[in-house]
Write a protein that binds this ligand. Structure first.
Ligand code: GAF
Length: 475
């Protein structure tokens, strides 16, 4: 028996770049989903959720794949992870999985990846202890894509599994996903055909939403959140120790990589000295770099403003954006938009909507590299503020995934003195972040509340976050 936890995430920068083989820079949140797991003597996998009392689901291990269409939506996230272990030839036995979530639901903070990743590390530790973190990322991603039907990239699962306290995690998704043997974009397209060229999501994509996962383990009251944060904190020391060597090595390696990235926005790749996808003891996977992101010592706070508008991934718009990006890459004859170095190249795309979608991705990749370089070289994190705000404009105007409430949150935070602000995650609802001086945090929150009230939006929920631990065992 044991208890495992995995966090939600906030992406500092790099939205909708993961499925374009680009760059992302998330941090893990202090809020987690926990999975209490106990092996059984028989071959049943049971899942229960504190957020769904009395509605546990049980499936025999050999029936996991076939059960996909008959189990409730919420249970597809944990069962999908178990099914993925089986699909990869990994032996798992019967097990009771009891879930409890403290990542705000529908808030664009990735409660579903927190759930799949908590289950993934529990099953790894119980049944397949040699599995690498990289394989776990792929397992959690595939569980969401193939079993739950949510066409995500790898951002959320990577953040939940690999982030470390006090750091933002830079990921070069192309280099990182080489180790999967298949890129997430290709994997999803081949297995699902989740969106046609007009961007219409298929029935499976539309059927499942992040809310399934959120219902399973995402909801918690203020006490629940405080408790989860506290529990996560007590284990951060161990987690930090586990990765302590990795930081030194990863940082040293990444300085060499920084030069090549800076020279070739969009084309350059991180060094792959340990080979594609290899995870050595005490090192981060290829394509990943832990970059110090120490807000308190600069007197800064990162606020999350949850608009309360539920964010949904699989209702068709996310899949449509993916299809538009693929169409843009095809029009430019490149493998993915990651391969576009110069925004001027986008003039070759005839369709104005497709061109704007591509412009977001190309400029967003450049923004990730710019912020990563600033943080890597020890700049005051407040200097990244204008880049965050530019990212919001791009998501609002070019990618068109923002909402009036998100725009209001960003505008009000900036008016009240935030250094930068933007929506986070997939969009169409969810949360914004604002980088603020610690002394201005209350004023910023107050201004956002006033503006929401005046605009007729529900009161937002606001809280400060700090870079926290990735998935870990609690007990
Ligand atoms: C969602 C997806 F799950 C991620 O993979 C990523 O694409 C994100 O939206 C947008 O950056 O969280």
């Amino acid at each position: 028996m044991g208890v495992w936890a995995a966090p939600g995430r906030v992406n500092i920068i790099g939205e909708h770049t993961d499925y374009n083989a680009g760059f992302v820079l998330p941090i893990a949140l202090p809020m987690t989903v926990t999975c209490r797991a106990e092996p059984r003597a028989d071959d049943l996998v049971t899942v229960s959720s504190r957020q769904r009392p009395g509605r546990s689901v049980r499936v025999a291990v050999p029936d996991l794949a076939a059960a996909r269409d008959s189990v409730p939506d919420w249970s597809r996230y944990p069962l999908g992870v178990a099914a993925q272990f089986r699909a990869r030839g990994l032996r798992i036995g019967g097990v009771d999985l009891d879930l409890d979530g403290a990542v705000p639901i529908g808030a664009g903070l990735s409660s579903s990846a927190a759930l799949t990743c908590a289950v993934a590390i529990a099953l790894r530790d119980l049944f397949a202890p040699d599995l690498t973190d990289l394989t776990l990322v792929d397992i959690a991603r595939a569980a969401e894509n193939d079993y739950a039907g949510a066409p995500t990239g790898v951002l959320d699962q990577s953040a939940a599994l690999l982030c470390t306290p006090g750091h933002a995690l830079f990921i070069d998704v192309r280099a990182f996903t080489r180790g999967f043997g298949d890129t997430p974009a290709h994997a999803t397209r081949e297995r699902h055909g989740h969106a046609d060229t007009d961007g219409r999501a298929d029935a499976r994509g539309r059927a499942a939403t992040h809310e399934g996962a959120d219902d399973a383990a995402g909801r918690a009251d203020a006490d629940g959140r405080a408790d989860a944060a506290g529990r996560a904190d007590t284990h951060q020391g161990a987690d930090a120790r586990r990765r302590a060597d990795a930081h030194g090595r990863a940082d040293a390696q990444s300085h060499a990589g920084a030069q090549s990235r800076a020279d070739a926005h969009g084309h350059a790749e991180l060094p792959t000295s340990t080979g594609p996808g290899v995870v050595g003891p005490g090192s981060d996977p290829v394509g990943c770099e832990q970059i110090p992101f120490d807000l308190p010592s600069f007197g800064l706070e990162l606020l999350v403003i949850d608009t309360g508008e539920p964010h949904r991934l699989a209702d068709g718009e996310y899949a449509r954006r993916r299809a538009e990006c693929e169409a843009a890459a095809a029009a430019l004859c490149v493998q993915s938009l990651r391969d576009v170095a110069d925004p001027a190249d986008l003039d070759r795309i005839d369709d104005p909507v497709t061109r704007r979608r591509a412009r977001h991705v190309v400029t967003e990749n450049a923004r990730v590299l710019e912020i990563a370089e600033k943080l890597r070289t020890g700049a005051n994190p407040r200097d990244i503020g204008p880049v965050l705000t530019a990212a919001h404009a791009s998501l609002r105007d070019d990618f068109e995934v923002s909402t009036p409430a998100l725009d209001t949150a960003v505008a009000a935070a900036l008016d009240a003195g935030a250094f930068g602000a933007r929506m986070v995650g997939g969009g169409f609802g969810g949360s914004a972040i604002a980088l603020v001086d610690r002394g201005r945090a209350d004023a910023v929150i107050e201004r956002v509340r006033e503006r929401f009230d005046r605009s007729g939006f529900r009161p937002p929920r606001t809280f400060a976050v700090r870079p926290s631990a990735g998935a870990h065992r609690l007990a």
